[in-house]
Every structure is written in structure tokens, then in C-alpha cells.
Design a protein around this ligand. Sequence first.
Ligand SMILES: [Ca+2]
Length: 333
Amino acid sequence: MQLNNVVDCAAERQPADTAPLATAVQTNGIQNAVLPAAQFRREPRRRANCKARTAELTGAAALEAGLGHAIRHNALEVHYQPQYELESGRSCGVEALARWTRTTGEIVAPSVFIPIAEQSGLIHALGASILNAACLAMVAWERQNARSMILAVNVSAIQINNNFLKVLIRALEVSGFAANRLELEITESALMANTDLAIRCLTDWKNLGVRIALDDFGSGYSSLSHLSRLPVDCLKLDRSLVQMMTRDSKGARVMELMIELGRKLEMDVIAEGVETEQQFQMLKDLNCPRVQGFLLARPMPETLAGMTLNRPWGNRAAPPQPMRNAAGDSHAH
Ligand SMILES: [Ca+2]
């Protein structure tokens, strides 16, 4: 796709008189592409724009090729961010997150490589690889700790199709991980894109026994009318709601309502992106069942996660203390 776009970029400048195309394009194997030399010289701004676009596209093509290579050679890592029960402080699960370090040593952010994986179709192989590895890791931890926990795995909108059922069945069979502790996180926008297909697929997945969490809930165009139709077990409240909660009393009331909404719909609730003691204490006061965030534990490699899961509150040294704001008012509601 990227190469086609590079060719399109060259075609936009197809002239009467021509010159060799930029080196960046030649490195993509387009040996005979040509540029409008005279026109190109007359239009420096356009030339700069097109050069930037070409470089960007070339970078994306290189990333796509590198990502495909990494997936084929099992070079992607899975990191795990622990989740905690607010009442007991015990770890109750992990979210599996894909991490990619290129052979050059460069770390590529998921916000960069996940969209590339989605656009290129690599997301299917990437998703299966993360799911398989995470299920195996969970089974190994459970053998060591004799504790059952939830494994949350992100599922992209592109993966919501009939084929993912086979991927799920295989991951569960190969690992022996219990289906009822696998929680598939799906964003509300992914579900709203094609609600009928989503309901069919989610129902098939749920028939295996897996749980469904609505990820980033509250960040987009939540459709409450759809919510009652969707076979969802858990609302994962978006970090923006957590941040808004401590800004003013209205933000706090919105959070209170979201937690209450989950309770009324008999869904589990987890708040993500908990980064401050104030946020933590407010969620505790609001009886939010589960939390996840940097305050408690960052995403970490498998071996470190295995040790962190045995500690109450992860990396948080002290037990929760009541917090008071500047005016001295308790945040309890
Ligand atoms: Ca997620």
C-alpha cells in the first residue's frame, strides 16, 4: 500500500520533462520512476511537501516490512500491566500489551505499529501471536502461584470476524488456559462500526466462555441504547474519565454514574489510567471494583510481572491513605 502511494506521489508530478526520482523512492525498488525536473524546480514548496510525504511513506513501508519480519520470527514481546481489586489490594489480572524493538534497537511505540498492523492486515498474525504467548504465560504463573487471574487481551476492530473464533479456540486448547478468565477488550467504536456483525462474533466468542470488556469506555460516542444489546461483561472506564474525575465535582459525578451504570447492568467495572493517589482514593470511595494504572504498576516483561503480581498494590509501597484536597474536603461521595 505504501509503495502504491509513493507511486501516486510521483504520478502527481508527472511532467513533460523529467528527472530521476528521489533516492528514497528508488530504495523501494521503483527504478524507473521519474520526476518533473523543471516544474519541480519552479515549485519549491510543493517539492518540499512531496519529499516529506515520500520520506514518511518510505518510513511506513520499512516499518511494515520490519513488523512482518518481527511477527514471523516471534520477535515481538508481550508486556503485562497488572490490574488490582480495590477492596483487597490483590492483583486480579493483567492486560497483555504488544511491544516491538527493531533489530536496530529502536523501540517503536504501539501507537505507531498497531495502526500499521491494522492497515496491512498484519494485525491478524500479531493478535494471534500475543494471545498465544499471553495464555501460555498465564498458565505458567498460575502453576507457580496457585492463583487464578484474568487475562485481558486487546482485540482490534479488524479482528472482529468469523476467523477469530478459530484463533481463540486454538490459543485456549494449546495453552490449557480457562476460557472464563480470558477477557477480550474491544473498543466501543469497533463495536459500533458494524454492530450486527459484532454481536454475532461476540456471541460466538462468549459461547466458548470468554469474557468481553468494552475498552476505552466513555472516550468516544458511547451509545447507551447499544450497550444493553451487546454481550459485554465488563466496562473498562477510559483514562480521560479518571483524569476528569479529579478536576471538578461534575467530573467526579460522571465517574460515579459510570460505575453505577456498570453495576446496574450487572457488569464488572475497571478504571484504567490511574496515575495519582487522589484518583486512586476517589475510585476507592466510589467503590470501583478494579483499577489499573502507572500508580500501581506499569506494563512490564513477563518475568518481572510474575514477581509483581505477588505483591499487594504492585509497586505501590504504602497502603491507601485518605486523601484531602486543598480545601480540606474529603473526596468521599
Ligand atoms: Ca486495552
